[in-house]
Design a protein around this ligand. Structure first.
Ligand code: GDP
Ligand code: IMO
Ligand code: MG
Length: 427
């Protein structure tokens, strides 16, 4: 099974890093295809915790080549900080490849992220403040700076000046100091020689690898409900986190993809603003947050917590063409007498079975729950499905049925090996 996409199927932080790392130990390539250092992917190996932001989780596997695809936005300062940190912890990062077409996050990209949030006031998105939105905006507006520009100083200078001709008047309008083109160019050029050996034709390398039947895992950042097209717009990130993004963000065609795996928590969390029908604003939400350790890897913000949302799961299955679900954090739910599962919504007194197409309706949606019996046992040592208590097995079967997609793996702890594999995702 050579080409597998791993992506978020809720609102992010589902455990994509752990799922990718597991496959990474058996893959030749792990490719990050969207987003940037807004992501925070946690991997725990031999008791040691790694929080990866810009680097693909495959970097922790010695046999795997990690790749940053063209769909990613790269903050070069963060890239080398992460590389230095991993190298100091004994991780070999020398195989990292970066697409020449990936865009870079500039200092003014970061500034505009904060300024836009401030200007939005109460309608703010709650971004990670990393300059993600403005960098993708510049890409779409054809004002972006790409990795390949670092090797052509005159071209770089011209592009930075063209961008600043539009940015500086805006900065002045915000009463902010304007940006000096020479400073931006000098900053970007300071990374050029270090990044040069990593740059390659990612599309060619990945397609060649697939021709040779090598295993390529695509690691999504963010999530389906944060996708710029399919998420809860405008409360989304600025890239395609869904399965199509793996193709456009790496230059590998859809006909080459064998499996699309959606990672879902056994409940739901969200960071930042925007609709979240099953959100718990009471002590149950606080219990989930504390028991699940639900605090952001990137910003440290407390995550909003709520019960499993089956219409969202079905929606994710649809827009991504999911073949499998990796269900994570089942262990967190031990000790509940019964577990609510949202099966439909109430919108203005009318039962709605699927995620409404109109955001005004989704914002008003309240959950209609069914209740599944819980279990008391600690399940963190379970290594097979049969070892789980009957109620936990029934909960998994129930989620499978209401989500309309098979569950192929279950997480029972943060460590790499705390996973019950029902079906091998690389088979
Ligand atoms: P990602 O952004 O999708 O990679 O997820 P994050 O790393 O932001 O958040 C997931 C958190 O859950 C991390 O702290 C992981 O170590 C942890 N985690 C992943 N899978 C499991 C699991 O099955 N059980 C428990 N208890 N923790 C898990
Ligand atoms: P991983 O890959 C959870 C959210 C932010 C905000 C919105 C837009 O770890 O799952 P941005 O900075 O991207 O412009 O912010 O998206 N967000 C995430 N939430 N996990 C993430 O990444 C996220 N990346 C962005 O909180 O609501
Ligand atoms: Mg995360």
């Amino acid at each position: 099974m050579p080409a597998v996409i791993i992506l978020g199927a809720q609102w992010g932080d589902e455990g994509k890093g752990k799922a990718t790392d597991q496959l990474g130990t058996r893959a030749e390539y792990v490719v990050k295809y969207n987003g940037g250092n807004n992501a925070g992917h946690t991997v725990v190996v031999d008791g040691e915790k790694f929080a990866l932001h810009l680097l693909p989780s495959g970097i922790l596997s010695e046999t795997c080549t990690p790749v940053i695809g063209n769909g990613v936005v790269v903050d070069l300062g963060v890239l080398f900080e992460e590389i230095n940190d991993l190298e100091s912890r004994g991780v070999d990062t020398s195989k990292l490849r970066i697409s020449a077409n990936a865009h870079v996050i500039t200092s003014y990209g970061r500034s505009f992220d904060g300024l836009s949030e401030k200007a939005l006031g109460n309608a703010k998105i709650g971004t990670t403040g990393r300059g993600i939105g403005p960098t993708y905006s510049d890409k779409a507006a054809r004002l972006g700076i790409r990795i390949q520009d670092l090797f052509h100083p005159e071209e770089l200078d011209r592009k930075v000046r063209a961008a600043l001709a539009q940015k500086n008047p805006l900065l002045s309008a915000f009463d902010e100091p304007t940006v000096v083109a020479d400073d931006v160019v000098a900053d970007l050029l300071s990374y050029a020689e270090r990044v040069r050996p990593m740059v390659c034709d990612v599309t060619l390398e990945l397609n060649d690898a697939l021709d040779e039947h090598k295993t390529v895992v695509f690691e999504g950042g963010q999530s389906t409900m944060l996708d710029i097209d399919h998420g809860t717009y405008p409360y989304v990130t600025s890239s395609n986190a869904t399965s199509g993004g793996a193709c456009t963000g790496s230059g590998v065609g859809p006909t080459r993809i064998d499996r699309v795996v959606g990672v879902m928590k056994a409940y739901v969390t969200r960071v930042g603003e925007g609709p979240f029908p099953t959100e718990l604003l009471d002590e149950q939400g606080e219990w989930l947050r504390q028991t699940g350790g639900e605090f952001g890897v990137t910003t440290g913000r407390p995550r909003r917590c709520g019960w499993y949302d089956a219409p969202v799961a079905r929606y994710a299955a649809r827009v991504n063409g999911l073949t499998d679900i990796v269900l994570t954090k089942l262990d967190v739910l031990s000790g509940l007498e019964q577990i609510p599962v949202c099966v439909a919504y109430d919108v203005d007194g009318v039962r709605v079975d699927e995620v409404p197409a109109a955001q005004v309706d989704f914002q008003k949606a309240t959950p209609i729950y069914e209740y599944v019996p819980g279990w008391d046992e600690d399940i963190t040592s379970a290594t097979s499905f049969e070892e789980l208590p009957e109620a936990a097995r029934s909960y998994v079967h129930y989620l499978e049925q209401v989500s309309k997609c098979r569950i192929s793996s279950i997480g029972v702890g943060a460590e790499r090996e705390k996973t019950i594999v029902i079906r091998d995702l690389l088979d």
